[in-house]
Design a protein. Sequence first.
Length: 71
Amino acid sequence: MNKSFNLLFSVKRSKTNTECFAPVYLCITIDGVHIEISSKRYVNPDKWNINGQKLTHNNEDKKVSMLTSKL
């Protein structure tokens, strides 16, 4: 039996905080069942690469970029 599995990192621009940073969410889909989990990390949404699902690289954002490589 084949199982489908997908991970997607996204930024919730609608939930920006007072410093204009948005939370990073991890969307997990297994066999069509979808859940979203907060990573408890905030990033500048203007630096978020939607296609790459990561931040454009610079030293201050390196910690958040490590999230994707750990999975």
